[in-house]
Write a protein that binds this ligand. Structure first.
Ligand SMILES: Nc1ncnc2c1ncn2[C@@H]1O[C@H](COP(=O)(O)OP(=O)(O)OP(=O)(O)O)[C@@H](O)[C@H]1O
Ligand SMILES: [Mg+2]
Length: 336
């Protein structure tokens, strides 16, 4: 391939823009290999009062509308859990930031992103208005700090997160079918704040009577772990989310300048929540006997490692955190 034809190439990129973190899967702008990244930066409107010693870590963006947003790991995030997040400038900035961080600055991209089931459908129909609103929002511009090259978003598609995870379950990386697509498959997406259950029938319909959203997720684990730390160490300190996230992942936390082993406490909270979520899923799906599979995806599934064991037909993909993003990417490759 000549240098010029490579430059004019339009790269396929999928961005699963969740409330807790942004997951990106796409073709590497230089090597063409598949990139898979999680961007956990926080965003807030306005200029932050912070300045960075290292010169990195804080990025300021300006939207086409003229508003300024600061993205950094060092600031407290604005709550992304509001109606309209998916069609907001905040969302557009986060998606563009993820693209820039993964090397798509100055590159032309075909972007595909998702909406949660509850936002993608209105009653039993696709919510065209909402889908179009998200599409148009992502087509609007964002400019970066110091004239930094931003991605050129040539085309935007919006899929449904659960259907994306279904795609990832059914197709392997070569787009060959690896699981039967004709039956009914439940996708259970355990996220930060919510757990989405969606029964996908034949790959093109959702059984709404068995689908829905529960307000339980990994953030509830953080809350309980914090309370347990307070009890165990007789302290009242607040901890930022990323510290609790790390504590849950590693089973240790630094207090009084010393690593403390809290693995038992974390294990107790995690297994309690795993049971709670499994019971919520059972409430919707019963024993799941008339389903082909119950597929557990989302970051919560990576944390609740044994949750698939609650169902004889339970299944957990290798990288449950990336299921939606990988599925969106497969979707764009299949549909062209
Ligand atoms: N292996 C892991 N161990 C512990 N926690 C994890 C692991 N992987 C992901 N998480 C946590 O799981 C949470 C949910 O991640 P996920 O990417 O599913 O969220 P999201 O899609 O942004 O949220 P939502 O579905 O609410 O929009 C995050 O807080 C993340 O830090
Ligand atoms: Mg999600």
């Amino acid at each position: 391939m000549t240098e010029n034809s490579k430059k004019s190439e339009i790269l396929n990129v999928a961005v699963d823009d969740g409330y807790a973190q942004t997951k990106l899967v796409g073709e590497h702008p230089e090597t063409g290999e598949i990139v898979q990244e999680i961007i956990r930066s926080s965003v807030r409107q306005g200029r932050s009062g912070l300045s960075s010693f290292s010169g990195g870590g804080i990025d300021q963006y300006e939207t086409e509308e003229g508003d300024i947003f600061t993205v950094s790991n060092e600031i407290e995030s604005e709550n992304t859990q509001f109606d309209g997040f998916h069609t907001s400038q905040l969302n557009r900035v986060l998606v563009n930031h993820a693209l820039v961080k993964c090397g798509y600055g100055g590159k032309s991209v075909n972007l595909v992103t998702g909406l949660p089931v509850a936002d993608y459908f209105l009653d039993d129909e696709r919510d065209i208005e909402h889908i179009d609103a998200k599409t148009s929002n992502l087509k609007l511009g964002v400019s970066g700090p110091d004239g930094r090259a931003m991605p050129k978003v040539e085309d935007v598609r919006v899929g449904c997160q659960a259907v994306a995870a279904w795609f990832d379950y059914v197709l392997d990386d070569n787009l060959d079918q690896r699981h039967d697509a004709t039956g009914s498959i439940a996708i259970v997406d355990i996220g930060g704040r919510t757990t989405d259950v969606a029964v996908v029938v034949g790959g093109n319909a959702i059984d709404h009577s068995r689908s829905g959203t529960e307000n339980i997720g990994v953030l509830d684990v953080y809350t309980e772990v914090r309370k347990a730390i307070h009890r165990e160490f007789k302290i009242k300190e607040k901890f930022p989310l990323d510290k609790l996230d790390a504590a849950v992942r590693t089973g240790t936390i630094r207090l009084w300048n010393k690593e403390q082993d809290i693995s038992e406490l974390v294990e107790t909270v995690v297994s309690e929540h795993e049971g709670k979520i499994a019971r919520e899923v059972e409430r919707r799906l019963g024993s799941a006997a008339n389903l082909d599979a119950v597929v557990f995806v989302g970051g919560g599934s990576a944390l609740f490692t044994t949750i698939a064991g609650y169902f004889p037909n339970g299944h957990m993909p290798e990288d449950p955190e990336f299921s939606n993003a990988k599925g969106l990417y497969k979707f764009i490759r299949v549909k062209g």
